[in-house]
Design a protein around this ligand. Structure first.
Ligand code: FES
Length: 375
């Protein structure tokens, strides 16, 4: 097999690695423990550049490169993933000739991407929707936080429960409440900031950890729900921190539009319940509307119920009682649900096979050398 010179050995000092491109191929070169090795640079998972990864010694005493995107690991010499994993990165032969690192034209060990027997995310990966033309599935998401052992009355959550009860009794809807506080899930770890292709569907965190609690929300919101009613308290003028923790993990849904022009949320309606001892109902709803429309949701007219008693209402011990007695709250919850579900019935008739998405697309971003002139 022929070997091609890539770079002088002097350009790959001891304990260093980098990716080198030449003749239409890119090779990750490593110089560790006095040996130069070469692997295909593109990670078998989603294509992260291994030359940009971290080299670390694992428990077996050997050196592995850790992919910078989601942490897959490959042995520097054999290309093999650690432990029982069968995946193996392609390995190229290396010779040092007249001070040049020369690499074989073809891999001496081919890449192998193992089929993982059971994919716990198959339904998400294949978008196995559970809505039907006649389904009326209403998902309530409660974003309030509280001590599980010392539950207290919550205006937002009790309004949400009333909304779900009304949807079931008056419309025959199937209803389900998810309390975000009950889910154990990781923060968004910002893979999109590393590389746009590193934010994946299903979420790369879900791929790393199929037990991550956000999978329950992905399944319920994307696959099951016809309508989502989100209820949040107002905390310092914003939705709750739990809401934002969830919203950041929904990047994976929104980014599919940016990256692949693929809309996962179709023919679905969202409305909101926003309650606070003081104020900023409109500001919070503005944020929620902005995010949920970016996910692909449709809104009914008058798509929120708000409750606040104003700037000086510091008598919080009276807030829940006033809320529970309020005729306005009882009526407006019924009307919110009615508006929401009537729109669901109309939206389900719409042909949403292709939706226009006037959003920034990665294909329009240009390159560092040639930015889009009209961007
Ligand atoms: S692209 Fe390498 S671990 Fe995901």
């Amino acid at each position: 097999m022929d070997y091609q010179p890539l770079i002088p050995l002097s350009e790959l000092p001891d304990n260093s690695h980098r990716t080198v491109s030449s003749g239409g191929r890119s090779i990750a070169l490593f110089n560790y423990e006095g040996v130069v090795t070469a692997l295909a640079h593109s990670c078998l998972h989603r294509g992260g550049d291994l030359g940009d990864g971290r080299v670390q010694r694992l428990d077996d005493g050997d050196l592995y490169v850790v992919c910078p995107w989601h942490g897959w690991q490959y042995h520097l010499r054999t290309g093999k993933a650690p432990g029982a994993y069968q995946d193996r990165q392609a390995v190229y032969g290396v010779r040092i000739e007249e001070g040049m690192i020369c690499v074989s034209e073809e891999p001496v060990v081919p890449a192998f991407r193992a089929l993982h027997d059971e994919d716990p995310l198959t339904d998400l990966r294949n978008l196995e929707y559970r809505v039907t033309p006649s389904s009326l599935n209403v998902l309530g998401i409660s974003a309030t936080n509280m001590n599980r052992d010392l539950p207290r009355p919550s205006t937002s959550e009790s309004a949400l429960q009333a909304a779900l009860d009304f949807a079931a009794s008056e419309f025959g809807a199937s209803v389900r409440m998810i309390r975000i506080r009950d889910l154990d899930f990781r923060h968004c770890e910002g893979y999109y900031s590393r590389h746009e292709q590193a934010c994946t569907w299903p979420c790369s965190i879900s791929e790393m950890d199929s037990g991550d609690g956000m999978n329950e929300i992905y399944r319920a919101m994307v696959l099951w729900a016809d309508a989502v009613i989100l209820a949040t308290p107002i905390r310092w003028g914003n939705a709750s921190s739990l809401y934002y923790k969830m919203a950041e993990r929904l990047n994976t849904v929104q980014n599919q539009i940016t990256l692949n022009d693929r809309v996962l949320i179709r023919n679905k309606v969202a409305s909101f319940i926003v309650t606070g001892g003081q104020d900023n109902v409109q500001g919070v709803v503005g944020q929620l509307n902005s995010f949920f429309t970016d996910l692909g949701f449709t809104f009914p007219p008058f798509n929120f119920v708000g409750w606040s008693r104003g700037w000086i209402a510091e008598d919080t011990e009276h807030n829940y009682q006033r809320f529970a007695r309020s005729r306005y709250v009882k009526r407006s919850i019924r009307e919110l649900v009615t508006n929401t579900l009537k729109l669901v019935m109309q939206v389900k008739q719409m042909d949403a096979t292709y939706l226009q998405t006037p959003k920034p697309k990665i294909s329009e971003a240009g390159t560092l050398s040639a930015p889009e002139s009209d961007s």
